[in-house]
Ligand binder design. Sequence first.
Ligand code: NDP
Ligand code: 2IT
Length: 445
Amino acid sequence: MSYVDEVLASVKEKNASEPEFLQAVTEVLESLRSVVDKNEAKYREYGILERLVEPERVISFRVPWVDDKGQVRVNRGYRIEFNSAIGPYKGGLRFHPSVNQGILKFLGFEQIFKNSLTSLPIGGGKGGADFDPKGKSDREVMAFCQSFMNELYRHIGADTDVPAGDIGVGGREIGYLFGQYKRLTGLYEGVLTGKGLTYGGSLVRTQATGYGLIYILDEMLKHKGESIEGKRVVISGSGNVAIYACEKAQELGAKVITMSDSNGYIVDEAGIDLSLVKEIKEVRRGRIKEYAEKVPTAQYHEGCSGVWGVACDIALPCATQNEIDLNSAELLVKNGCTAVAEGANMPSTLEASKYFLDNKINYMPAKAANAGGVAVSALEMSQNSERLSWSFEEVDKRLKDIMANIYKMTSEAAKKYGHEGDFVTGANIAGFEKVAEAMMAQGVC
Ligand code: NDP
Ligand code: 2IT
């Protein structure tokens, strides 16, 4: 049996109850075959794959807090410290009722390779809780965040593990978490990224994932002699990533016609009015349905998956994992979609992803496409360490250069191993090689 097959079989046996983690590991290991086969003896000797699929540390804890009625509530919190070969653990916190250990392990595993692709010194981690911030008062969210930090603070630090935002964790939550960390430790340090601009945050971090997604999409299209200008774009989600992907796409002349949330989606053939979306989602924390109540050219449809049936040139999934299944992928391609760039983490199922590759879609997978967020987080860490802050233009330029470099590394790795144009394989190989090298250099740890 090949080394990849051996490790895959063992991962499947040991993690049978974690389907998302198995999906992520399967995708990565399958696409590493060419590089692993070439270096099999060395990687086997060092146990590289066995170590790569096992988190260095899984922390799980009780999070008790009191709601506005005086009732004690309990959630389950986690931090998965997956791999520290190339830097301190780095990755977001997700607050969503669906959160469980398997989902956070998939996210932490993906983060190892994504962070490596940024070329910045950050290892892979992820965390969160099955807490739902939706419908909670600011005081309830604060109470939860403080309790969450009462346990988390002992595991993190500016040089050990640096969390940030993800689904359900934005500027408000990072503020409460930072305040509690500072109170517990007395340290004013870059322990979290995505902080507010008045207390150590970096310019462009809010926009970084969405902008980065469009920068790499633009790069991919340019290499095909195409451009984003004038293209019809379908976006799912209406959170942080979706909003700033829409903003940059519009700036480059694209026509964005959809956005969604977990209840449904809107189609606006006149082009999305982003200031209204921001007002609904960022200011009022409302639902996307309200957009159609205010805009005569827009329609609202219940359910999330229908958005992939809207004819477009470019699809940008920016909501959550497995939101595009084979059916949706077929529909997209049938209706003329020729490019997909993933803002969300693992938004395409294995079958959907294979369908995009088989049909020669310009397909940029999540770990390359959405790496702009964590890249600017690493730039926030740099600014915190030197106690300086850089201008918007400076950070934006670095982000653009990083995304262009990720495109270059990804396409070159794909080509080198005989998979030209397959950016899934390219991103996995380019991300993996550096981590494997660092692990071998550091001995058995
Ligand atoms: P937000 O919480 O800001 O927004 C999430 C959006 O996705 C909301 O519109 C939400 O709708 C929708 N959504 C969430 N879960 C589901 C679900 N189960 N089904 C349908 N829709 C859903 O999160 P982000 O924008 O930060 O994150 C979006 C994606 O991007 C995630 O996959 C995240 O991991 C990834 N990502 C985020 C980065 C960042 O910097 N923030 C960096 C890299 C990747 P609703 O309001 O109804 O819940
Ligand atoms: O998935 C991701 O890359 C994020 N949620 C951002 C992580 C970070 O540390 O900024």
